[in-house]
Design a protein around this ligand. Sequence first.
Ligand code: THG
Length: 369
Amino acid sequence: MHPVEIVLSPRLRTTPYEQRVFEQGVKSVTIYNHMTLPVNFTDTEDEYRHLCEHVQVWDVAAERQVEVSGKDALELVELITPRHIAPCAVGQGVYAPLADQDGLVVNDPIILRLAEDRFWISIADSDVMLWVKGVAYGRGMDVNVFEPDVSPLAVQGPRADDLMADLVGEHARSIKFFRFIETTIAGAPVVLARSGWSGQGGFEIYLQDSACGLALWDAVWQAGQKYQIRAGSPNLIERLETGLKSYGSDMTHDDHVLECGFEKFINLDKPAEFMARDSIGQFESKGVKRRLVNLMVENERLPPLRSKWSLQSAGRVVGSASSCAYSPKYKASLLFAMVEAGAAAPGSKVELEIDGGRYTAVVKGDRWQ
Ligand code: THG
């Protein structure tokens, strides 16, 4: 396949950082929540090595916020996720799958609590706001549901703490994982959280005024000079090594929350009503038919994956793989795949055929052991 250009037009939203992203020589973007999301500046492996050693700034404005505020805000947020949200403190975020009345995954956002009755649902790639507005209307709830002018900029990598301490002060170091503070950077109002889509540590700066995008980028860039900062983006190799699943690829609205490994983010006995309760209860007693698993093909560098790869066992299709990258750390191709429960136990083997080559993949545990 030759490279094909995506035509950027007003139908695809811009980000407040786009000018700097282009100046830094972005080579490829994808479309996420109807907005550009950078993919590569050099190449995935080069960017992976840099991310694991230094610090990068990522334009992740495409991780849009759906704000839910008003008297019934908590009740509405509880209704759309099987995770218990009430214990989440103001100034905290929680990773919480959204699930509909069939238990199917609508999205896998971080939910941030800005006030007792005000939340941001920081979404992956699906049209969450339309669904949430529909639920709120159907229930006659007293809430406001809208997309605020908020654009996250991630600072990720082992030097992120040093950079952020230089930029906003030493107190940045004491922000705990998935906690946030409200502050200003370069005059821009921001929410500063310790979070981000890598296992390398770092922060997400939720810019609350898109007119300040370039000023914010420039301030981060300036502070990053002594730490060899580069422009980057969520990295395919790093996220496979860390086990971060991507909604739309690794799980979709065709998949049940219990099939996607969300058990630890589900509180079936939470006191609040939630839409997926009955479905999850039934699935739990019947047992799931499929599971999202880690697969490893040792010593092979499999090609990039355009559409899902079919997986077989004993001549029968038992699932499909949705993400793949070669990991320098494990000297193996790592994959995420949805497979039949019978083929999902660590140590199980499945076969895949790519461009005439046949490979054996082994199911691995959560941390690739
Ligand atoms: N940042 C923000 N919004 C986002 C993402 C993000 N929205 C979409 C997408 N990414 C949401 N998905 C995830 C998935 C995992 C994590 C964060 C966002 C994550 N998980 C930790 C882990 O797996 O170790 C911790 C989970 C926990 O214990 O709560 O960080 O990146 N703003």
